[in-house]
Design a protein around this ligand. Structure first.
Ligand SMILES: [Zn+2]
Length: 108
């Protein structure tokens, strides 16, 4: 089906983007070259940056998990079915959020 093909392409593109983002953040988190800042204010702001990076990383990872799950559902022929009530997810919602696993009623 053409629609499923497009959907798969969208999901795979998104997965690649997310994998790259998470990898970039990992690199920033794990291979920081600058020595620790000397003064307290700088240390504090470095700490904040790290927290922002960690938050972005975990956000990226959870979105990645959603995208992977959507691809698995697509393979199983279950994509577009709400995982909570078993109802059909509206096509407009799916094209806006291809990785969603719930219909609009269950998402609320
Ligand atoms: Zn539902």
């Amino acid at each position: 089906m053409n629609h499923e093909h497009d959907l798969r392409k969208t999901l795979i593109t998104r997965r690649t983007e997310l994998e790259e983002r998470v990898r970039r953040i990992d690199t920033q988190l794990n291979h920081r070259e600058e020595p620790p800042a000397a003064d307290f204010a700088e240390q504090a702001s470095e700490q904040e940056n790290l927290e922002v990076l960690r938050a972005l990383e975990s956000e990226g990872r959870s979105e990645l998990a959603l995208v992977e799950a959507a691809l698995a559902r697509l393979d199983a022929g279950e994509h577009g079915r709400c995982q909570h009530c078993g109802g059909e997810i509206a096509p407009a919602r799916l094209s806006a959020l291809p990785w969603t696993d719930s219909c609009i009623a269950c998402a609320r």
